[in-house]
Ligand binder design. Structure first.
Ligand code: SF4
Length: 440
């Protein structure tokens, strides 16, 4: 049999990166080999994201650009999946707009991707399958992992929170938790295979088990995983501040492998805006969660997501956000501008903010967070820290890795150290990333 090749174009978040590993697993099991070259590929898959409108626009441009190749190479199969196709009517409209697209499948149809593809190959007919409602958990797909020494493990799918700016609950369905034994066994085998950093994934890992028929929560899960022997780190994301509690913080504190690093997305520092976002906590309650973490684990890194320009955000609301960012003194923050998302409640709200105002606010917020980053970086000067070496930058010729607090440190070495824990002394500090030298 001739070699057959696949290519996957990934859009959006870590959840999508991991789902693409599952698509790759299915394709490899069918005998395909990975390529990065469109011209060589026999199948090109687009794993889409609909969180931001620009991801959707770039997807449309990229699919459209394949038309000439498809004309030249009749056997090429083009498949489009992911959460964009799961939106009402979008899958059908993609089929109409791009008559050369062969397979369209929703996020809830991933486990059936092999059948859809075989169907297309056997019958020559275009296929679309988008299952409405909630996802059925499928344990039979073995992902083709691409990010050694890191591995991603889903603990749950979907979301019940309905933040008014977010499309996720509409395209990923309600929360569903995997069985604890399935998660624990997957982590065990990854550690046996030599993975060094496992990240447990969910839209809101803190509600793990809440809607399941087992009596077991996320703190129980990480405590149990922590008992697995080995040289590895455990991380988790993302958290919802309303669900972070003392039990979880103590589980992190008392563990051997869980990194003392918690991502706690605040979104806004204004209680009025938080209510409009349906975040279900106030500014004070959020800061109390920050205190709870720092009370038990003073050195714990806390990172966040912070949005500006949500509808009806006044200058005063924005200044509340700036003030909260300063008080919380985040160890890193993903700062971004609110962008309209059709299908969400915020899309239809009055009071959308002028783009120039949003731009001004984001620049001011970034300045504040950058100043905090620089201050925190200074504290690393001369310190020796253990990092997990994760990657090599071909262009710059250095290795890079993160400490348990998530700080990226780069360093030079003649030896390939990817996958090893390395002690480095920080010799140069700048913004967020640091330069180190191997100890000794
Ligand atoms: S918690 Fe809010 S922001 Fe996060 S996925 Fe759910 S609805 Fe979206």
């Amino acid at each position: 049999m001739d070699n057959k090749f696949y290519k996957i174009n990934i859009y959006g978040c870590q959840m999508n990166v991991h789902e693409s590993e599952k698509i790759a697993g299915i394709l490899e099991e069918m005998g395909y080999t990975f390529t990065n070259d469109d011209n060589l590929a026999d199948i090109i898959v687009f794993n889409t994201c609909c969180i931001r409108e620009n991801a959707e626009n770039s997807l449309i441009g990229h699919v459209g650009a394949l038309k000439p190749l498809k004309k030249k190479k009749k056997g090429l199969i083009i498949a489009v999946g992911g959460c964009m196709t799961q939106q009402n009517g979008v899958g059908e409209s993609l089929m109409k707009t791009f008559p050369f697209v062969d397979v369209v499948f929703g996020t809830h149809n991933l486990h059936n991707f092999k059948n859809l593809l075989e169907n297309r190959i056997k019958t020559g007919k275009r296929v679309i399958e988008i299952k409405e409602g909630d996802l059925s958990i499928c344990e039979s797909i073995t992902p083709k992992r691409t990010s050694y020494p890191n591995a991603w493990v889903n603990v749950m799918y979907g979301c019940n929170n309905f933040c008014t700016y977010c499309i996720v609950p509409y395209v990923r369905g309600r929360e569903k938790s995997r069985m604890p034994s399935d998660v624990i066994n997957e982590v065990k085998s990854l550690i046996n295979e030599g993975y060094k950093e496992i990240t447990l994934l969910g839209q809101n890992v803190d509600s793990y088990g809440k809607t399941a028929d087992f009596n077991y929560d996320f703190a129980d899960l990480i405590t149990e995983i922590d008992k697995i022997e080995g040289d590895y780190r455990l991380r988790f994301m993302s958290n919802h501040p309303k669900d972070v509690n003392e039990k979880l913080v103590l589980a992190v504190k008392n563990s051997k492998h869980v990194c003392r690093s918690i991502h706690l997305p605040v979104q806004s520092g204004s209680t009025k805006i938080l209510a409009l976002m349906n975040r279900k906590y106030t500014r004070e309650e959020y800061l109390e969660k920050v205190n709870l973490i720092r009370r038990h684990i003073p050195e714990c890194a806390i990172t966040s997501d912070v949005m500006v320009g949500f509808p009806n955000e006044t200058e005063e609301d924005f200044l509340d956000t700036v003030d909260l960012v300063k008080q919380a003194s985040f160890d890193g923050a993903f700062t971004f501008v609110y962008s309209k998302r059709k299908g969400t409640k915020a899309y239809d709200m009055d009071g959308h903010i002028d783009e120039a105002v949003k731009k001004d606010r984001i620049m001011r917020l970034v300045d504040v967070q950058n100043a905090i980053n620089r201050e925190k970086s200074k504290k690393y000067n001369g310190k020796t820290v253990t990092i997990l070496c994760e990657d090599y930058d071909d262009k710059k010729g250095f290795y890079q890795g993160r400490d348990e607090f998530g700080r990226m440190i780069y360093f030079y070495s003649n030896k390939n150290l990817i996958g090893e824990f390395v002690d480095v002394t920080v010799v140069e500090t700048g913004g967020i990333s640091l330069k180190g030298e191997i100890k000794g």
